[in-house]
Design a protein around this ligand. Structure first.
Ligand code: 3PY
Ligand code: MG
Length: 256
């Protein structure tokens, strides 16, 4: 197993932070929160080419930096990796062919079609050789539609895929279900259990977007071994709101 999983015992779950805000300072705070990895979201978050380069050119004390491109697009994936991302989380991968395209975009020949041009040299960082970069890169493909679920074994078994990453919000939309109902489904053949089982059969990591403590814990209980526990936007607004509420409550109690 390569990429994000390198060096981490299989039994130990990885916790991730999701970066929505286009701020390198906020991404650095998120990375310093104790998570194992962060993901810069250029699909639904504010990140773009420039902010990805900005975050990736800073050091984050061993916390790996992934990027979610807006789509399964080789040019975008190549630029994120050139900027120094440790891997990508590719959205809306609906088939083994989509998964093969994502893998192909992430690896240099002869394994794939990535074009040479890492930016590390411009930022006084060492540039790994092509074969080392191929070994180190982490390729996560998002299973988040009914179509993807139907072929999840094929997607998970695609050579070069390191991780299958569930987007429970999109998946619940295409299945016509409530997201928390989907996560709590106790059936032996429940959709999320099917993803975990497919990953176990293929020997790849099962990851998912939780974003709240309850949902993240439920996903870990289901067998996911890499889970997004919060987003920067949620942590900021919930953290500030809880302090404001506590201080107002205290002031009212003191005022009688
Ligand atoms: C989903 O749940 O669909 C996601 O993509 C999470 O960002
Ligand atoms: Mg999604």
């Amino acid at each position: 197993m390569s990429g994000i999983s390198a060096g981490v015992p299989e039994a130990e779950p990885l916790l991730g932070g999701w970066s929505m805000l286009r701020s390198p300072a906020v991404a650095a705070l998120l990375a310093a929160s104790g998570v194992d990895w962060i993901c810069l979201d250029a699909q639904h978050g504010e990140h773009d080419d420039a902010s990805v380069l900005d975050v990736c050119s800073r050091r984050h004390d061993g916390v790996r930096v992934l990027v979610r491109p807006p789509s399964n697009d080789a040019a975008w994936i190549g630029r994120a990796l050139d900027a120094g991302a440790d891997g990508v989380v590719v959205p809306m991968v609906d088939s083994a062919a989509d998964a093969r395209a994502a893998v192909h975009a992430c690896r240099y020949p002869p394994l794939g079609g990535r074009s040479w041009g890492p930016l590390g040299g411009l930022h006084a960082r060492p540039v790994p050789a092509a074969d080392a970069a191929n070994r180190a890169v982490s390729v996560a493909v998002m299973v988040e539609t009914a179509a993807a679920l139907a072929v999840v074994d094929d997607i998970a078994a695609t050579p070069g895929v390191d991780e299958v990453f569930v987007g429970p919000f999109d998946l619940s939309l295409t299945l016509g279900r409530d997201v928390d109902d989907l996560v709590a489904d106790p059936a032996a053949d429940a959709p999320l259990r099917r993803v975990v089982a497919a990953c176990a059969r293929a020997g790849v990591r099962a990851a998912a977007f939780g974003a709240t403590a309850d949902r993240s814990s439920a996903l870990l209980d289901l067998g996911f071994t890499s889970v997004v526990v919060t987003t920067d936007a949620a942590a900021l607004s919930l953290g500030a709101a809880s302090v404001v509420t506590a201080v107002r409550r205290g002031a009212r109690a003191a005022g009688g």
